[in-house]
Write a protein that binds this ligand. Sequence first.
Ligand code: FES
Length: 98
Amino acid sequence: MVQIVVCVGSSCHLKGARLVVDSFKNMIAEYGLEDCTELQLMGSFCQEHCTKGVVVKVNDQLFLEVTPEGAGEIFQKHVIPYLTCKVGRSKYASNYHP
Ligand code: FES
């Protein structure tokens, strides 16, 4: 199970948490992982690192000052390699044609 938690507290919200969430949603769709039961994307209240927002946690790993572009990198390096479900339009599926 990979759990992505994006802080949507007021400070992170002002720093673009919504765009970071959208970036993760786009990556999930791009990889065809909407139905992957090993992956959870969720929001959280303040993670107590407000000056370093947007704060994202992937399982126990904390990422600070995350941008929408940075979310894509986190997804590719810290989420995709830890999933075994490769479904839909996954880049790893044999029928994937970009
Ligand atoms: S609002 Fe995100 S860390 Fe405080």
